[in-house]
Design a protein around this ligand. Structure first.
Ligand code: PRP
Length: 213
């Protein structure tokens, strides 16, 4: 039997996903060792392999077949736009992709003004403003702490993830427009979906049961 390989987005998503996998009998003891420097973990009995990767790299591993299955946020799936199948909404890691800024900037959005938009997600931002809103904007790519941008006048608004809204609130910002809901998703390599159809479908079915409980 061939190994099935899972790529998990490092951090909270991976932790919650592994807890979910344990409920359907998929576990990896090796992975629970906090001090390990190993990069890949194996469950010999079930012929499974697991590795942790930077979230934005997970869709790449899956598209190229280096991983059969990926666990990653919808934000990353949209931003990376890789050829893969999104097969399941895992129902955790729920948040929203939003346009945020100072309340005064709402008018600039309503008027379709030429504004600057800072984001870690330039593709999502471009898609929203150009294809959905038909508003011409300048998009500035940032790599983190995006809420700083409107505060120091780098941009009028930002496109970012909002979970509790605390970061925005504490910085005098708010949600101006909602783009889409986000959560953790399971993605599958297009060839693996055909070649390992039976094993993968069983995993999806078992996970669906856990999700609906
Ligand atoms: C994310 C996001 C917001 C924050 C939202 O940042 O970019 O900054 O979480 O959460 P809240 O609505 O609950 O306050 P992350 O922690 O991923 O770090 P980053 O600054 O590197 O984007």
């Amino acid at each position: 039997m061939k190994y099935l390989t899972f790529a998990l987005a490092k951090g909270r998503l991976a932790k919650t996903a592994m807890e979910m996998f344990e409920k359907i009998g998929i576990e990896c003891k090796e992975m629970q060792d906090k001090n390990t420097r190993k990069l890949i973990f194996v469950n010999e009995e079930l012929k499974l392999k697991f590795f942790l990767a930077k979230a934005s790299d997970v869709p790449t591993y899956v598209e190229y077949g280096a991983a059969d299955i990926g666990i990653v946020g919808k934000d990353t799936i949209l931003e990376e736009d890789r050829k893969l199948y999104e097969v399941l909404d895992l129902g955790f890691g729920k948040c929203k992709m939003c346009v945020c800024g100072r309340e005064e900037s709402r008018k600039l959005l309503n008027d379709h003004s030429f504004i600057r938009v800072a984001s870690k997600y330039p593709k999502i931002a471009k898609d929203y403003f150009y294809n959905k809103k038909h508003q011409t904007v300048e998009i500035i790519k940032l790599n983190g702490s995006v809420e700083l941008a409107p505060i120091v006048d780098l941009s009028e608004v930002i496109v970012d993830i909002v979970e509790t809204g605390t970061t925005l609130k504490e910085n005098g910002l708010g949600v101006l427009e909602e783009i889409c809901p986000l959560s953790a998703r399971m993605v599958v390599n297009q060839v693996s979906m055909k070649m390992e159809d039976e094993r993968i479908r069983k995993i999806i079915k078992d996970l669906q049961k856990v999700i609906s409980q």
